[in-house]
Design a protein around this ligand. Structure first.
Ligand code: AMP
Length: 395
């Protein structure tokens, strides 16, 4: 399959070639033709599958020949759960649209709104926004929705987890009736289906998530360890294996800051990104990591959401996440576009329930490796597959 055969025209295909994309990924092959026909679409796809291009490219194709840059009147709207993802999607748009006369911007809170308003006055075709700031600017009449042709809900499951449902509904209610809706979500959970049922009528549905959950090019393993030995074990693994570029997930921002100093004591330079740091600090740290000036990035799940780092060889779960799909999201950061990846989890007795849920979701036990000197005093039992926590049985 080629991008031109999917119905994309040469300025776009040329830009993709510059990016080094030879052929479309499976989600792109399925989603692009449907979206190009103007149909509504619900797609189950995680980060790392090429999902961003699968909604951006049809938008570019559909918008490219009509009048662009109308004052305050945007023509495509992409909603994302976090500012990091908004920035990243906008970067992708800029790369894919480099031969077109279309403009785009990322819009998110926590920063001065004036430059965003100014950009809208000058005219922006595609806005990638987190819901709160968008509603704010809409309320101030800084942006109008009458000419919106396509709405994308990116990482819909995460937006719902983060409590954006009311904001999303408010935005949808203000869009033109005939808008095209595209929903992308790592999982089609009940709340996502409910949103889709009310907001996205007559949608075609495609799914590739299950397959991606067990990507064979990601080597996954766990090691059991007592909680109070985790930072020593992590330092040991980093030094012993000479790890470089590693993304380390941790549950709390307090834990992230503490881990930075624990690693520092062992001469390992790490930085943390979490909701408690300023936007500028987060952007700086992320850049340093992306460009190889920083090897160890510690992130809470929310701050790391959707972050795309090319050639990320390894992720570490310092804690095991809940829900299990978060694990799948996290390991999907590595082994992208066919590259080899490694995902290691440090599992203590406290993590046992989450381990059961994750291994049930994957449908197999994860390989356990013993690291000499770190064998736990409190053993972690072998999981029960098909484990369903009591309070979740109904959903
Ligand atoms: P996404 O799932 O949208 O976060 O994309 C994951 C990564 O795959 C990004 O780094 C993209 O640049 C890359 N990518 C997307 N589509 C392709 C493609 N067709 N060929 C090669 N790489 C791609």
């Amino acid at each position: 399959m080629t991008f031109s055969k999917l119905g994309l025209s040469s300025p776009i295909v040329d830009a993709l070639n510059t990016q080094g994309y030879d052929s479309p990924t499976s989600i792109q092959t399925k989603a692009i033709p449907i979206a190009l026909q103007g149909k509504n679409l619900i797609a189950a796809a995680q980060t790392g599958t090429g999902k961003t291009a699968s909604f951006v490219l049809p938008i570019l194709e559909r918008l490219k020949d009509s009048e662009t840059k109308k004052k305050k009147r945007i023509r495509a709207l992409i909603l994302t759960p976090t500012r990091e993802l908004a920035i990243q999607v906008n970067d992708s748009i800029k790369a894919y649209a480099k031969n077109l006369n279309l403009t785009s911007m990322a819009m998110f809170g926590g920063v001065d709104e004036k430059p965003q308003k100014q950009a809208l006055i000058e005219g922006v075709d595609i806005v990638v926004a987190t819901p709160g700031r968008l509603i704010d600017l809409y309320g101030q009449r800084a942006v109008y929705f009458e000419e919106v042709e396509t709405l994308v809900l990116d990482e819909a499951d995460r937006m719902l987890d983060m409590g954006f449902i009311d904001d999303i509904n408010k935005i949808i209610a203000r869009l033109p009736e005939d808008v095209q809706n595209l929903l992308f979500s790592a999982t089609l959970s009940n709340p996502v289906r409910e949103l889709a049922r009310t907001a996205i009528p007559h949608a075609e549905e495609i799914a590739i998530a299950k397959q991606a959950a067990s990507k064979p090019n990601i080597e996954q393993w766990i090691t059991t360890v007592d909680k109070d030995k985790k930072s020593a074990l992590l330092s040991h693994l980093i030094k012993d294996n000479e790890w470089k570029k590693t993304l380390i997930f941790i549950e709390t921002k307090h834990g992230a800051a503490k881990l930075v100093s624990q690693l520092e004591k062992r001469d390992i330079k790490a930085e943390a990104i979490h909701g408690g740091r300023s936007q500028d600090a987060r952007a700086q740290v992320l850049n340093d990591f992306k460009e190889g000036r920083l090897d160890f990035l510690i992130a809470t799940g929310v701050a790391a959401r959707g972050i795309d780092i090319e050639e990320l060889p390894r992720v570490v779960n310092y804690d095991l996440p809940f829900p299990a799909d978060e694990y799948v999201h996290r390991i999907g950061r590595t082994g992208r576009a066919g590259a080899q990846g490694e995902a290691i989890s440090l599992v203590s007795k406290d993590d046992f329930k989450n381990l059961c849920m994750i291994e049930s979701r994957l449908d197999h036990l994860l390989e356990r490796r013993v690291i000499e000197g770190f064998e736990p005093r409190k053993a972690v039992p072998i999981s029960i597959l098909n484990y369903v926590p009591k309070h979740k049985r109904q959903s």
